[in-house]
Ligand binder design. Structure first.
Ligand SMILES: Cc1cc2c(cc1C)N(C[C@H](O)[C@H](O)[C@H](O)COP(=O)(O)O)c1[nH]c(=O)[nH]c(=O)c1N2
Length: 248
């Protein structure tokens, strides 16, 4: 094989089944809190999902992420306590009916899921000057979120549910997991087999918020600039189709 042949992707066209499969994963991915089954996630499946996360894009190819697999019931118990404290504080921030609804929501599956994963960002992984992060310092955090999304989609492709828990004080999480000062806990995730996936986001099903019309969110050339009517009609059609659960 020539150097060039080795350097480019061989068959770079996706089959129709691949294309649809990707959309199916994207549109059926759910945040899962309550339907976890206790069966362990096999190591080879975990490895595939973590490789998918590790193939995420990152600023300057910095790869600032690490993955802490939290299996210990003792550690998970401490995390669950930190969640409970933050969740009580969070409920107080809402008023009236919203507070009651908030209290009725299940917002984590820390103990029910067989494994938790903390995805961290080492802000100093390659020293202070990073290609692409020179003018917007938060780019390493955004890169780590890309890894989280890859992990989430790969989990869905493996038939596993994943739930993101962010109602925890950051210092408490850092303390429990022993993170050094320079390392940010970007995402605390609960992963495992589930009894079922909801068709729509749970927050929508439970009346908290609806998906916004995409046409309101796409404009031309500047913040809230003019709308392209022809594109707008396509966006509305495509969104309706997705809401019905039809693949594009
Ligand atoms: C950064 C971040 C943080 C959180 C979330 C997501 C993201 C991206 N979500 C999940 C969130 O509620 C969910 O994604 C939306 O409601 C949309 O639902 P689907 O993900 O499409 O099922 C989430 N869910 C939850 O039950 N507890 C939580 O603490 C959080 N935190």
């Amino acid at each position: 094989m020539t150097d060039r042949a080795a350097a480019i992707q061989g068959d770079d066209t996706l089959s129709e089944a691949d294309r649809l499969g990707l959309y199916r994963v994207l549109l059926s991915r759910r945040d899962v809190r309550g339907q976890f089954l206790p069966d362990p996630v096999p190591d080879e499946v975990l490895a595939r999902i973590l490789v998918a996360a590790h193939h995420a894009p990152s600023v300057g190819f910095m790869q600032p992420w690490s993955f802490i697999l939290v299996r210990s019931p003792e550690v998970r118990g401490r995390i669950r306590q930190a969640f409970a404290k933050a969740n009580d504080e969070a409920a107080e921030m809402f008023e009236g009916e919203a507070r009651d609804t908030y209290r009725s929501l299940k917002l984590e599956g820390i103990l029910e899921s067989p494994v938790n994963i903390c995805v961290t960002c080492d802000r100093d992984r390659v020293g202070p000057v990073v290609l692409g992060r020179t003018h917007i310092p938060t780019m390493d955090l955004y890169s780590t979120v890309c890894a989280v999304e890859n992990l989430w989609l790969a989990a869905r492709a493996e038939g596993l549910g994943l739930g993101w828990v962010s109602i925890i004080s950051e210092p408490a999480l850092k303390d429990i997991l022993g993170l050094p000062e320079r390392v940010v806990p970007v995402a605390y995730l609960c992963l495992g087999r589930v009894s079922h996936f909801f068709a729509q986001p749970e927050l929508q099903t439970r009346g908290w918020r609806k998906r916004l019309p995409l046409t309101d969110l796409v404009s031309l050339d500047r913040w809230e600039g003019p709308r392209d009517e022809t594109l707008g009609a396509e966006l509305a059609k495509a969104q309706e189709k997705a809401e019905r659960g039809d693949l594009p």
